[in-house]
Design a protein around this ligand. Sequence first.
Ligand code: XMP
Length: 325
Amino acid sequence: TWTTSGVVEEQIALVRAQVGDRRAICGLSGGVDSAVAAALVQRAIGDRLTCVYVDHGLMRKGETEQVEKDFVAATGVKLKVVDASERFLAALEGVSDPEQKRKIIGREFIRVFEQAQAEIIAEAPGDQPVEFLVQGTLYPDVVESGGGTGTANIKSHHNVGGLPEDLQFQLVEPLRKLFKDEVRMVGQELGLPEEIVQRQPFPGPGLGIRIVGEVTRERLDLLREADAIAREELTAAGLDREIWQCPVVLLADVRSVGVQGDGRTYGHPVVLRPVSSEDAMTADWSRLPYDVLARISTRITNEVKDVNRVVLDVTSKPPGTIEWE
Ligand code: XMP
């Protein structure tokens, strides 16, 4: 029979057998899957695992700190954080096209990751080789990508666009037999904090694809504030489990007239996109209580400078996607 502790023990033994006395690295995205995979491998091989977290500056409020503090505190994992926000913003300058944004973010991510990897090797060149890459691949991912196994079987939409095909690593994928809810149970068993284990999905390209228009530092700051307010209110209303996720989107190239105090404003709208879903393949818009919507709207327009309108997206998927880009 399936037990969480049984799965954990079995996977720890398998990882030990696979990695032996060599070393591994793992990219952390802030998401559940990579966090649980990292925690599991860390249990198996300890300090011979190094985690790499690339901060692209497109994260939500508090997310980087959550990885830096909470995740390390819970696991004792060896973590390398790379602050690459300048680099990502520079690469995104002047770009509004969604696909181009995704490509740029994916490309920069790979470059930074490879650089970090080279540094890890250079820091202790005498040690055992770094031969393994830990991935939080789940069973649905395996099915989606054709069920193959090997060294470069990374689904293209994984996190920030996937790691390069020619990456010379063997993959360690301790979650490849599990579904999402089982992964959350394994995470709990490994002592990961609730905020990480119960986290809703968040796209690898982050807030970069939630700004319709060019991505700038100022716009990111606006969106980060609005998003934090929406999340805070949804959590306070006890709706986190009920909704799948609620992207907050800044329509940076749109302005509308408003009035605040005794002045006319000409600010940007933000869109709330609460959805319910089983697997993100299809989704319906969530019928959030009006009073919760009202609180979010009042707070965002009061607290976020330059945002003077909050609109609700009532489109199902299809025809709309969950994200706007
Ligand atoms: P869409 O917008 O295609 O999103 O309906 C479906 C689900 O996937 C998430 N998403 C991503 N996740 N990297 C990710 O790891 C990405 O590039 C990416 N794009 C979308 C989205 O948040 C939703 O849960």
